[in-house]
Write a protein that binds this ligand. Structure first.
Ligand SMILES: [Ca+2]
Ligand SMILES: [Ca+2]
Length: 324
């Protein structure tokens, strides 16, 4: 046997053993699931999962980004699966402000809001810091976001920025929240969260009061959950959820998707119009003649097609044709 053959054999063996060792250490996993595979516009979406290391649930930060079919980021959030002890970054302050950074308590729908956020790199190495604000209305609907990224921030350094965020008109008013997050990069681009999320309460005025169903998040014993309400005019199509985390120096990510549909859109053309109304009428007659009917019209899921569903259909129609 040639000497070079023996050397290459041992070289391969070395690589193989390295791979096996790394593999033993990299058994980190992030699971993700949604309560449903498809949601109507206006439905509450629930995302949940676990962070696992060596098949055991562990405590870490989960970055969550939900991107719609047009590539727009609807949700950018951080949920912890327990109490975080040594994050790589810190959000030292985050609040609603005016353009100059002075604190405010309320903002008017249809106008620009500003959020002032201060972040620090608490890691021992330089890091890129992406600070993001995700704003929700009183119904828990994500309504807008803002962000800023600075690259190669030295250990112990940071920055303060006042981010402009456009608040749409017609959103649900009352108590509302914005959430400040700190990431190495967008979670949908492989970034992971560096600090626990900071929630910013404020009052949303100049619009109809909502139903106070705020977006919720929770996490403990290695599990996480996030819920938010889809906008009434959410883009029809497939939304993708990206989740990322970093645990003991190892990154992990996962993704899932769900379909966003227009309620009452029986012919599934993404439009609610006279054709769907005709299908509703046909289903109505079929139901009362004991023939098969389109279950999409059973809005309240009671296996009956009655006045309650007609009211829901009318509501869907009104929302669909409203300005906001
Ligand atoms: Ca239709
Ligand atoms: Ca029904």
């Amino acid at each position: 046997m040639k000497k070079s053959t023996i050397i290459s054999f041992f070289f391969c063996l070395m690589i193989l053993s390295t791979l096996l060792t790394v593999n033993a250490q990299t058994s980190i996993e992030l699971t993700i699931s949604t309560a449903q595979q498809s949601y109507n516009r206006g439905d509450v979406v629930t995302v949940s999962g676990k962070l696992l290391s060596a098949n055991q649930t562990v405590t870490g930060l989960i970055g969550i980004a939900v991107v719609n079919t047009q590539g727009e980021k609807l949700v950018i959030r951080t949920v912890a699966t327990g109490t975080i002890t040594n994050p790589k970054g810190a959000i030292t302050s985050a609040y609603l402000s005016d353009q100059t950074g002075d604190e405010l308590t309320s903002v008017i729908a249809g106008e620009s809001a500003y959020f002032t956020i201060s972040v620090t790199n608490t890691d021992s190495i330089p890091r890129d810091l992406l600070a993001a604000i995700n704003v929700y209305d009183n119904n828990g609907v994500p309504i807008s976001s803002g962000s800023i990224k600075h690259i190669a921030i030295a250990s112990g350094d940071g920055f303060t920025a006042t981010l402009p965020v456009k608040i749409p008109s017609g959103v649900a008013g009352g108590s509302a929240y914005a959430y400040a997050g700190l990431y190495s990069e967008w979670p949908n681009q492989g970034g992971y969260p560096l600090a626990p999320e900071v929630s910013i309460p404020f009052t949303l005025t100049g619009t109809t009061i909502g139903s106070n169903q705020l977006s919720t998040s929770s996490g403990n014993q290695g599990t996480y959950e996030l819920s938010f309400k889809l906008p009434n005019k959410a883009t029809i199509g497939q939304d993708t959820i990206y989740v990322t985390s970093r645990f003991n120096g190892l990154s992990t990510s996962n993704m899932a998707s769900f379909t966003v549909k227009q309620p009452g859109d029986a012919n599934e053309d993404g439009v609610l119009d006279f054709n769907d109304l005709v299908l509703f009428a046909n289903s109505w007659i079929a139901y009362y003649e004991d023939r098969p009917w389109n279950q999409i019209f059973d809005f309240n899921k009671d296996s009956k097609l009655d006045f309650n569903d007609l009211v829901e259909f009318a509501n869907a129609w009104i929302i669909y044709y409203s300005e906001v």
